[in-house]
Design a binder for this molecule. Structure first.
Ligand SMILES: Cc1ncc(COP(=O)(O)O)c(C=O)c1O
Length: 454
């Protein structure tokens, strides 16, 4: 076999890239990384990049947290793997479930483990289908989500995701309904106030439920702040407007906290930031600070009780993954929760979030081509526009956000292009100086690209 020589060529030859703009990677080559230092990652050529995307939102404690690696090693040494089937599970799994219920907004509840956020969403849907059928409502199967939502890539979670790219797979499946994205700046009508917009979103939900029939709808899933949709916080009062409608129609509300959970919005959960209590929470990513593939469904008291009763009837819940509740994953998650909540990481987000907002707002104010700054905590997006007054986007062929992100990479800053926005969601260990480095490099890249395209 004649192996290509460079790391970039080897990556190209033998790996399939997911969610990657191929023309761009063909032109520029892959970035092949060897290790990390705090919020920085280092490539095979020794170049350092400030990763303002925390890997994929998840490496919140940075890339070399000693305590997390030690917790993993200690558990690998003691009991390196097990499952959670047949009435057996590791002590770490027991302790993590207790901890997750303790830190959840629920007075009590139950936890089920998966390997990813996608699988946690699929698991939740199966739980709802099973539960409703067991309660005599087998037709209660439709799932409501929103346009622009991202819930994952497995067949069901991709059907929940409200993005057009899933059409290439012939998805969504039937019975997955996408409501309007509650993005006031982009979707508000001429002359409509934000409160009126929110009321319209609530009316749309109620009309949809009436049209489809509440007895056919299994559940409503929402991210508190849409992440991969381009960091879209809800319009004012959105959750307060929709929750009573769901409750009235007996439709469980699931908060997909894969990104928002464990500190990203400034509180433990995004639902706390937006002041609502869901019926269940989906967690992943920050759950293990990115050190282990793990997801969790955390059921509140009502769903826990009803699901338990449904399972008792048939004596077994026929669902689970080989590595559900893996002892090493659970040990890492226990440590990660402690690190985020008790080692000052959550406080760092709270303390520096206003600074991050102010710095990005100043960049927006100095630019003729940033139409909106949106976000909360340590998750922000700047949306590029050709014309600020009319919010007219740049021509898609110009690939403006990809060009900005590529220019940032050249300057040693990793940020993510999403639609025409640039997303910044740095690790929670970021310092003020590192934040300034992020602002400087981002602004240099924006100025360079806007000078080329405007
Ligand atoms: C809100 C949300 N839900 C679910 C997922 C899917 O998680 P995973 O990539 O671990 O399958 C993601 C991934 O980014 C996410 O952002």
């Amino acid at each position: 076999m004649n192996k290509p020589q460079s790391w970039e060529a080897r990556a190209d030859e033998y790996s399939l890239y997911g969610f990657t703009d191929l023309p761009s990677v063909h032109k520029r080559g892959a970035v092949v990384l060897t290790h990390g230092e705090g919020p920085y990652v280092v490539d095979v050529n020794g170049r350092r990049y400030l990763d303002a995307n925390s890997g994929l939102w998840n490496m919140v404690a940075g890339f070399d947290h000693k305590g997390l690696a030690e917790a993993a090693k200690a558990q690998y040494d003691k009991f390196p793997g097990y499952h959670a089937f047949f009435g057996r599970m590791s002590d770490q799994t027991v302790m993590l479930s207790e901890k997750l219920v303790e830190v959840s907004p629920f007075p009590n509840g139950k936890v089920f483990y998966t390997n990813s956020g996608s699988e946690a969403n699929d698991t939740m849907v199966k739980m709802l289908w099973f539960l409703h059928a067991s309660e005599g409502n087998p037709q209660k199967r439709k799932i409501l989500t929103r346009v622009n939502a991202y819930h994952g890539v497995t067949v069901v979670s991709a059907s929940m995701t409200g993005k057009p790219y899933n059409e290439v797979f012939g998805l969504p499946l039937d019975g997955f309904i996408h409501l309007t994205c509650p993005h006031y700046w982009r979707n508000g009508k001429e002359g409509e106030t934000e409160d009126e917009f929110t009321a319209r979103m609530a009316r749309e939900l109620e009309e949809t439920i009436e049209r489809e029939g509440a007895d056919t709808i299994a559940g409503f899933f929402a991210e508190p702040v849409m992440g991969a949709g381009g960091v879209i916080p809800p319009s004012t009062g959105y959750f307060q407007a929709i929750l009573p409608i769901l409750k009235k129609h007996d439709i469980p509300m699931i908060s997909d906290e894969v990104i928002c959970g464990f500190g990203r919005t400034g509180n433990t959960w995004g639902c706390q930031t937006y002041d609502f209590t869901p019926d269940a929470i989906i967690s992943s990513k920050n759950l293990t600070a990115g050190l282990f593939p793990m997801g969790a469904v955390i059921l509140g008291p009502d769903l826990s009780e009803r699901l338990q009763a449904a399972i008792e009837k048939i004596e077994e819940f026929p669902h689970g993954f080989t590595a559900s509740g893996h002892p090493v994953g659970c040990a890492i998650a226990l440590k990660a929760i402690d690190v985020v909540m008790n080692e000052g990481l959550a406080e760092n987000v709270q303390r520096l979030a206003p600074r991050m907002e102010a710095g990005l707002r100043a960049i927006m104010d100095r630019s003729d081509h940033i139409g909106e700054l949106r976000g909360i905590g340590f998750m922000w997006a700047l949306e590029a526009v050709k014309d600020k007054a009319t919010k007219t986007p740049f021509d898609g062929d110009l690939s403006v956000s990809e060009r900005i992100a590529n220019t940032c990479t050249d300057l040693g800053l990793i940020c993510r292009p999403l639609g025409q926005s640039i997303v910044l969601c740095p690790p929670f260990v970021l310092t003020e100086d590192q934040m300034d480095e992020m602002f400087d490099k981002l602004e240099q890249a924006l100025n360079k690209v806007f000078a080329e395209v405007a």
